[in-house]
Design a binder for this molecule. Structure first.
Ligand SMILES: C[S@@+](CC[C@H](N)C(=O)[O-])C[C@H]1O[C@@H](n2cnc3c(N)ncnc32)[C@H](O)[C@@H]1O
Length: 303
């Protein structure tokens, strides 16, 4: 099995998604008022892993009809960014993450915060979401990026391969090591062009942070997670190192959670990150959980 030192730190694999739901919802889960940091503010001052960030967000876009939840920052996200930046995080100590890693985030929202924190530590970080977040996430990258005057200087263009017919692909500047690419789980196809490089064919880590809240999105989200991780199978450079998928979420509706973990477990062998491997900020919030998945072999995918 790949990453023995990672699996040693994770405890037992989840064999029964219903039992995992029962265990998680047996604890006292505090109300988090949905989980926004501050849905009224247009800017947030956040301090993560010893650095300060000024994040622009949009209460106006949040209140537009339609699904625009990514217009503001969600509470679990700064905590996950902080945990991912810690050198004793099991992803670093086990070698899943290294300075050579390529990371892709799904549903990043307007802040790009996890990317801002992690990009200086890895080779390349690709933020993705629906295109409505593009303007603000680009602004937040531009104004907060520690790479601004160093690595982050190339300005070639990169698009995702899109299934949408008759609709031109949106093009955003490629900031080299930290960039935003639109990727809609329901509309877009995952291809290796997402890496933004001819030389890189797959990702080491896929992150989804607070993206489980709507039953209709569970199947397309999990399928997208699986499709991104599957890029590794056709990458001869990563044959002995599977892609890892990390899903962080705030526990809300138990039925939504159970639908997600059942669907996720069909494609991924799944572990919950134990409290002992989390930072105090995450540990002290019983409603926040982080799961890690490694893609099952195609023949093993559950029906
Ligand atoms: C609750 S927000 C979390 C945003 C951000 N990760 C955070 O934690 O601050 C959920 C995110 O999922 C994104 N999302 C919802 N449906 C999507 C879809 N079909 N394709 C891509 N992203 C989607 C939203 O745009 C939003 O950014």
């Amino acid at each position: 099995m790949a990453f023995p030192s990672l699996l040693d730190q994770l405890g037992p694999e989840i064999s029964d998604p219903e039992e995992e739901t029962f265990l998680l919802y047996s604890q006292d889960i505090p109300s988090q008022n949905l989980g926004f940091v501050d849905p009224q503010a247009t800017t947030l001052d956040l301090s993560v892993a010893g650095k300060d960030y000024v994040i622009h967000q949009s209460p106006t876009i949040l209140n537009r009809p339609g699904s625009t939840t990514g217009a503001v920052v969600w509470k679990i996200t700064p905590l996950i960014a902080d945990w991912l930046a810690a050198s004793d995080n099991p992803l670093w100590t086990s070698g899943v993450l290294s300075s050579c890693s390529d990371v892709l985030e799904l549903g990043c929202g307007i802040s790009g915060l996890v990317g801002l924190v992690l990009a200086p530590l890895v080779a390349k970080y690709t933020l993705t979401d629906q295109s409505y977040v593009a303007r603000l996430v680009e602004k937040n990258i531009d104004e907060n990026s520690p790479l601004k005057n160093s690595k982050q200087t190339k300005t070639t263009s990169q698009t995702t391969s899109q299934k949408r017919k008759g609709k031109p692909s949106a093009v955003y500047p490629n900031k080299a090591e930290l960039r935003f690419v639109p990727l809609d789980w329901e509309l877009d196809e995952v291809t290796r062009s997402l890496t933004g490089s001819d030389k890189v064919k797959s990702f080491d880590l896929v992150i989804a942070c607070d993206c489980i809240y709507n039953d209709a999105l569970i199947q397309p989200l999990v399928q997208t997670c699986a499709d991104v991780c599957r890029l590794r199978a056709s990458d001869e450079n990563g044959a002995d190192k599977p892609a890892v998928c990390l899903v962080a979420q705030q526990l809300r509706d138990p039925e939504i959670f159970e639908s997600w973990i059942k669907e996720f477990s069909r494609y991924f062998r799944t572990w919950r990150i134990p409290d002992s491997a989390l930072t105090e900020g995450l540990r002290s919030n019983p409603g926040f959980v982080v799961h890690l998945g490694i893609l099952r072999d195609a023949a093993e995918t559950r029906n």
